[in-house]
Every structure is written in C-alpha cells, then in structure tokens.
Design a protein around this ligand. Structure first.
Ligand code: NAD
Length: 295
C-alpha cells in the first residue's frame, strides 16, 4: 500500500487566513466594519503567553482590531468578571477569549459562562455547546480545534460522512466532545473513547476516521489503524530526544507507523495547531458580521 498523504495544516491555514484577510478588507471597505478580538490572559504561564502572542499576531495580520488584557495571577474573580462585562458591552470587540488554564482560585466555568454567547469565539458557552449538540452547527460558535479538524477530515472524505465510522479518543469539553458532535452532525457513526475504554486498539481498528486528543506521546500505533483510515492527531506532547535535555514536539499518534497504514494523517507540529488559530479568526469574523447584521 502507498504511504499516506500528509495533511498540511499549515498550508490549509495559510489559505484560509488569506481568505479571511480578504473578507475583512471587504467588510472595512463596504461597511466600515473592523472585526475586533479581545484576548485576556492571567498570570505568566510561558505556553499561554506564546499562544496569546500568536493569536494577537494572526488577528492583526487578518486586519482585525486586536486588544490584549494581561492581568496578574492574583487578580480577583470580581475584577476579571468586571473586565469581561466591559468587553461584552464594547462595540469594537466582537470576540472575547480568556486564555485557559486559569489560576486555581478562579472558577473556570463561571468565567467562561460570563462571556456573551454572541462574542464566545472559543465556543465554550453552554448556549453554543447546546446548539452544537443539537447539530445547529451553522448557528453555533464551534470550538476552534475540533472545527479545524473537521475541515481537514471533510477535505479528505467530503462534507457528508454517512456510512463512515469515527472514533474520537478523549472526552474533554474543549476537543473530544465537540469533535464527536461535529462528526455526528456530518452523519458519521461516532464512538467516543477515553481513559476507561476497554481494548481501545480494537475499537480504533474499526474506524474510518480517528481523532486522537489525549496528550500521550505516540500512543496510537500502526496496528491500531484500519488500512486507509484518515487520522487526525490533536495531541501536543514534548518529549526528550537524545541527551543535552533537547526536546521536540510529537503527537498522540505514532506518525511513522501510521504513515504506512492510513490514507491521510496530520503531522505534529504543522497539522491541527495552525488550523486552531485560523478557526479563531473565522469565528471572530463571523461574530463581527452577526453583530452588524451582515449575512
Ligand atoms: P484533556 O486532558 O482535557 O483530555 C484528555 C482526554 O484523554 C481525557 O478525556 C482522557 O479520558 C483521555 N485519556 C487519557 N488517557 C487516556 C488513555 N490512556 N486512553 C484513552 N484516552 C485517554 O486534554 P485536551 O484539552 O482534550 O487535549 C488533548 C491533547 O490535545 C493535549 O495533548 C493537548 O495539548 C492537545 N491540544 C491541542 C490543540 C491544538 O490546537 N493542536 C488544542 C487543544 C488541545
């Protein structure tokens, strides 16, 4: 069997980003509208700082108004809720994102649920989760990572996944569950698996589509994969290579093994990651158009 296609998330993200930039320029020209994204970051977690910097840079490259609020790690919940309330009312801001994880004294649910559902570009508000679960995908803000995965799957298999069997590994609210809802809305037959699933390799072997969102380096082996399956690797794991405390990023899927069995798979890095950021831009653009009543 031929080697699998490497799904180039970076190239696809660049393509989408160019389309979003063009649409943003058109909005400005025809409606005087500039999509606005506010990112709130609390504390100084280095990984979060990198993510937030990338989001700000991408938003600006798309022609958006981009504002960042950096709050100290000991900010009170009341002050954070006040800021979110101000952003909910700010007409220049169409999308609000609070970078997770939050310091332990802040209630993640209370914070994410305080963002207006119409500005919830991360798709974490219960209203948006409800719409997605009800398969109202056109009406919901869908969490960015699964939305990006779905585009890559549909590039390979078409929009309608009728008759396809999909296995999602991981049941988080951010990736696994919304991913399963999206696959189901596209008519796939979906199995959600997790740390308590019995004989995960056997479950995976029945799947035409596998989405791995676990956080365990190289867990999904070649012999877990049905020949010809499409494999989407969401995992981001840093592993040591050789001595000198050198490290590299790797996914949840054993890439070299999967390449011999699958029909297509995403690499790590360069697969799901770049798509996640561009879907945030897509959601922000959509929020701006909705706010202005533009179809
Ligand atoms: P999480 O820790 O919230 O959830 C992990 C899930 O994996 C849980 O549901 C758990 O039940 C399951 N799991 C744990 N061990 C397992 C095992 N041995 N077998 C089967 N299932 C097991 O993580 P998350 O937020 O969903 O993220 C998952 C991975 O995806 C992480 O590596 C994270 O860094 C990465 N991620 C990447 C992006 C991106 O843009 N590329 C975005 C979000 C998350």
């Amino acid at each position: 069997m031929a080697q699998a296609t490497r799904i180039d998330g970076k190239a696809k993200a660049a393509e989408l980003s160019a389309a979003i930039t063009a649409e943003s320029a058109k909005l400005l020209k025809e409606h005087g509208l500039i999509p606005g994204l506010a990112v709130v970051i609390i504390g100084d977690d280095p990984a979060s700082q990198v993510y937030v910097r990338n989001k700000k840079r991408t938003a600006e490259a798309c022609g958006f108004y981009s504002v960042q609020h950096s709050l100290p790690a000991d900010v009170t919940e009341a002050d954070l809720l006040q800021l979110i309330d101000d952003l909910n009312r700010d007409i220049a801001v169409h999308g609000i994102l609070v970078q997770l994880p939050l310091p332990g004294h802040l209630d993640e649910q209370r914070i994410t649920q305080s963002i207006s559902p119409t500005k919830d570009v991360d798709g974490f508000h219960y209203i948006n989760i409800g719409k997605l679960t009800a398969s109202k995908t056109d009406d919901a803000f869908v969490p960015c990572t699964p939305a990006g995965c779905m585009l890559m799957i549909q590039d390979q298999l078409g929009r309608d996944l009728s008759g396809k069997s999909a296995v999602v590994i991981g049941r988080s609210n951010i990736v696994g569950k919304p991913m399963a809802s999206l696959l189901l809305a596209a008519n796939a037959t979906v199995t959600i698996t997790h740390s308590r699933t019995k004989d995960l390799p056997a479950v995976c072997r029945g799947a035409d589509i596998v989405v791995a969102a676990v956080g365990r380096a190289n867990m999904v082996k070649g012999n877990w994969i049905k020949p010809g399956a499409v494999i989407i690797d969401v995992g981001i794991n840093r592993i040591e290579v050789g001595g000198d405390s050198k490290s590299k990023l790797t996914g949840d899927v054993d890439y070299d093994e999967a390449l011999q069995v699958a029909s297509a798979l995403t690499p790590v890095p360069g697969g799901v990651g770049p798509m996640t950021i561009v879907m945030l831009m897509s959601n922000t653009l959509r929020a701006a158009k909705l706010a202005a009543g533009i179809r």
